[in-house]
Design a protein around this ligand. Structure first.
Ligand SMILES: C[S@@+](CC[C@H](N)C(=O)[O-])C[C@H]1O[C@@H](n2cnc3c(N)ncnc32)[C@H](O)[C@@H]1O
Length: 230
């Protein structure tokens, strides 16, 4: 039985039960194989930009006896994924900029019935900004750690309206809905990075065009208001 690490387990937990899943940038297809073997998804698509990773995926699918349940597709992002061929779309392990770019090229995902599960390795704020600007609502966020790195995972779906949010929302999204220690550490780490960036601006005498000072204050305030389970 395939075992997922903490990061991919958190990704899997945001995929809905009983739906057709498409994993974009699948590499070994561990996620899709796990979701089907666990009975969470009846079938799925494992897609990747490159032939090598898709070969890895094929091997997993054969080893797990899932050839009749997993479609392997060579695809740049969602380009070769047919509209209406999946309900949940997973894009994990790529930068937030690339995930946003992939999503921006597929208009058919602007469908309220499609659940997007994204796990940006970097620049989660770019992805949240994309969701906000394009009429998507972030429904849930989770964090995970492998002991060295901290990850955030989010699910979103199209609602067609651009809701107003606090200025710090692109950095913390729905994370304050959770009060667990990993989320606390994730936000603490992010605050340290933002403070360093802000201090560097001040020392260089540059304007704070991204409003980092205000963003830091808002995040600190929300940290204090949250009852953390540490
Ligand atoms: C770091 S691996 C992540 C694998 C897996 N999703 C995970 O989270 O463990 C990134 C994978 O994304 C694929 N990839 C990169 N850009 C892509 C794109 N534009 N479309 C589809 N796959 C892409 C790479 O070939 C690689 O297999």
């Amino acid at each position: 039985m395939i075992k997922l690490d903490a990061r991919l387990s958190a990704v899997a937990s945001l995929v809905r039960e009983g739906v057709r899943v498409a994993d974009i940038g699948t590499d070994h297809a561990y996620l899709v194989a796990y979701l089907i073997k666990k009975g969470i998804c009846p079938c799925g698509i494992a897609a990747d930009l490159r032939k090598g990773p898709l070969e890895n995926a094929k091997q997993t699918v054969i080893d797990e006896g899932l050839s009749d349940k997993v479609e392997l597709i060579l695809s740049d992002g969602l380009q070769n994924i047919e509209d209406n061929s999946c309900d949940d779309i997973v894009i994990a392990g790529m930068g937030g900029n690339l995930i946003a770019e992939i999503l921006s090229k597929a208009q058919w995902i602007k469908n309220e019935n499609i659940n997007i599960v994204a796990q940006p390795m970097t620049h989660a704020e770019v992805l949240r900004q994309f969701f906000i600007d394009n009429g998507f609502e972030i429904t849930k966020e989770k964090t995970a750690t492998d002991g060295r790195h901290y990850y955030c995972i989010m699910s979103a779906h199209y609602v067609g309206t651009n809701k107003k949010h606090d200025i710090s929302y692109i950095y913390t999204g729905q994370l304050f809905e959770s009060s667990d220690e990993i989320t606390y550490r994730y936000i603490e780490k992010m605050l340290t990075t933002l403070k360093k960036k802000h201090s560097a601006l001040i020392i260089a005498g540059k304007p704070d065009e991204e409003n980092l000072g205000r963003i830091i204050d808002e995040i600190k305030n929300n940290m204090e208001k949250t009852e953390w389970l540490l």
